[in-house]
Design a protein around this ligand. Structure first.
Ligand code: ADP
Ligand code: MG
Length: 141
C-alpha cells in the first residue's frame, strides 16, 4: 500500500492527534524519521504516536539527557530517539534495544544526522506555517 497524507494543524494537540492516527496503522519494526526545525512539533507528534499506541502521554518528553527513550505498556513498544545534539549518528551504536526495535516502533528526531537511512523508513515532515499552524506530511510506500 502506498499513501501520502498532508494535514494542516492549528495546535500542538492537533499535531499529536495526527501522530496518534498514524500509530494505529503501524506494524512492528516500523521506523519513523521526523524532520522539521526546532519547535516544529516533532516531539508533539511522538507524544501522539505514544498515545495512539496506548502509552501514557505524560511519559513522552524531549529526551534531553539521553538519546533514546523507551515507552512500554502500549500495543507496541516505542523507542524515541532525538539526535539534535549529535553531528553524525549510527542507529546501531545509539543504544537502541534491537529486540525492542524489531518488536515495536522507532521514532527518530533529526534523522538528517544519520549516516545511513534505515531501509523502509517512513518520512514525516513538519513545517511551521507561522503562528500555531503546522503542515504535517507523511508518506508510506
Ligand atoms: P520539536 O520536537 O520539533 O522541536 P516540540 O514538539 O518540542 O517541537 O515543540 C513544538 C512547539 O510548538 C510547542 O511549544 C508547541 O506548543 C508549539 N506549537 C504551536 N502550534 C503547534 C502545532 N500546530 N503543532 C505542534 N506544536 C505546536
Ligand atoms: Mg523535539
Amino acid at each position: 500500500m502506498s499513501a501520502a497524507s498532508v494535514y494542516t494543524t492549528h495546535s500542538e494537540h492537533e499535531t499529536s492527534r495526527v501522530g496518534a492516527a498514524l500509530a494505529a496503522g503501524l506494524a512492528p519494526g516500523a521506523v519513523l524519521l521526523l524532520s522539521g526545525d526546532l519547535g516544529a512539533g516533532k516531539t508533539a507528534f511522538v507524544r501522539g504516536l505514544a498515545q495512539g499506541l496506548g502509552v501514557s502521554p505524560d511519559e513522552v518528553t524531549s529526551p534531553t539527557f539521553t538519546l533514546v527513550h523507551e515507552y512500554r505498556g502500549g500495543r507496541l513498544p516505542l523507542q524515541h530517539v532525538d539526535l539534535y545534539r549529535l553531528e553524525h549518528a549510527d542507529l546501531d551504536t545509539l543504544g537502541l534495544d534491537e529486540a525492542l526495535a524489531e518488536a515495536g516502533i522507532v521514532a527518530v528526531e533529526w534523522p538528517e544526522r544519520l549516516r545511513r537511512r534505515p531501509p523502509g523508513a517512513i518520512d514525516v515532515r513538519i513545517d511551521d506555517l507561522g503562528g500555531d499552524r503546522r503542515r504535517v506530511h507523511y508518506s508510506i510506500l
